[in-house]
Design a protein around this ligand. Structure first.
Ligand code: SF4
Length: 305
């Protein structure tokens, strides 16, 4: 059994920057982080041991005169308002890619606001995900969030649609949604042809999926193909991990999801032991040290079989 770690897997620059910022700022004194710094329990635990205290929105409202780190996912305007009111110093580690997307959505909202056109700002993303909450906040929470192609029936195809995507969603799914919206708009037009508003209703779509994630898919699939068994390491709460895991599964049906060494069962060990090439890879929120731990666990476990 030869075990290889995918050199392209691991933290993206947004997450790396947020973690480095946390490590640096912790040296200056007490530091809170609004929400888990990364969707990876092991990394959260490591930083917790260094003193990073994770808080939620309820805690934020009650804290005063402290320092709070904002993670890479970005935040809605309300977070900055609370911080200002409570004299909280914000250490902003929001990823620049997310901030740019927030700005585009905010500008679209400001342009459309009050025009009474029935325009819909639509975000393809996971409801309740921190990044999506931040994006919805740019529209005063008026944006429509669609989680999958099945949700597009929520939209009014006779009114303008401005579609954006959460940065970690699948490009293929986004493209399928775009095609389906186009198809439904045409269907509506054909049904009620001659109504002027249908001919002029705008459909703008912006593929705002992070290139860091999109470019990973091909390389990750090549890696998955080149191994007999793939151990995908990711946090259970990470949407990016789910997308990338499925990408591996598409090309290698022997892809297994684990979050920590605790998930390495006897069955997994036996499957790896029987394979010639075992590949370990992960999401943008998976630390390299965790993939190394998984490698040790597999190698040591296999020796005991
Ligand atoms: S995946 Fe992209 S947008 Fe998200 S934190 Fe990483 S670099 Fe930033």
């Amino acid at each position: 059994m030869k075990v290889t770690i995918d050199e392209n897997s691991g933290f993206c620059f947004g997450v790396t920057t947020a973690i480095e910022t946390a490590e640096r700022e912790l040296q200056k004194g007490q530091l809170f982080c609004l929400g888990d710094i990364v969707h990876n329990g092991q990394e959260v635990e490591r930083l917790d041991k260094l003193g990073l205290e994770t808080i939620d929105y309820d805690d934020l409202r009650t804290l005063h005169n402290v320092r709070v780190l904002l993670r890479a996912h970005g935040e809605p305007p309300s977070t900055y308002h609370i911080a200002k009111r409570n004299n909280i110093k914000i250490i902003d580690a929001s990823c620049p890619v997310v901030l740019h997307l927030q700005k585009r959505i905010r500008e679209t909202y400001q342009t459309l606001h009050g025009k009474n056109t029935g325009a819909q700002i639509v975000i393809f993303g996971k409801k309740g995900h921190a990044e999506v909450i931040g994006l919805e906040g740019q529209t005063n929470n008026t944006a429509i969030v669609i989680e999958s192609i099945n949700d597009i029936s929520k939209l009014n195809f006779t009114c303008p649609i401005y579609l954006f995507s959460q940065t970690t969603k699948s490009v293929e799914e986004f493209e399928a949604i775009v095609e389906e919206i186009k198809r439904r708009r045409t269907a509506v037009k054909n049904l009620e042809s001659g109504v002027e508003s249908q001919d002029t209703a705008v459909f703008e779509y912006h593929n705002t999926i992070c290139r860091n994630v999109a470019n990973r898919v091909k390389r990750l699939q090549d890696f998955a193909r080149s191994n007999d068994v793939v151990i995908f390491v990711g946090g259970k709460k990470s949407s990016n991990a789910k997308v990338l895991f499925n990408n591996c599964l598409e090309v290698n049906s022997c892809t297994l999801f684990v979050s920590s060494t605790d998930d390495i069962t006897l069955e997994i060990l036996q499957q790896c032991h029987a394979a010639e090439r075992v590949g370990i890879c992960g999401a943008t929120s998976t630390p390299k040290w965790l993939m190394e731990q998984i490698r040790c666990s597999l190698e040591n476990g296999a020796k005991r079989l």
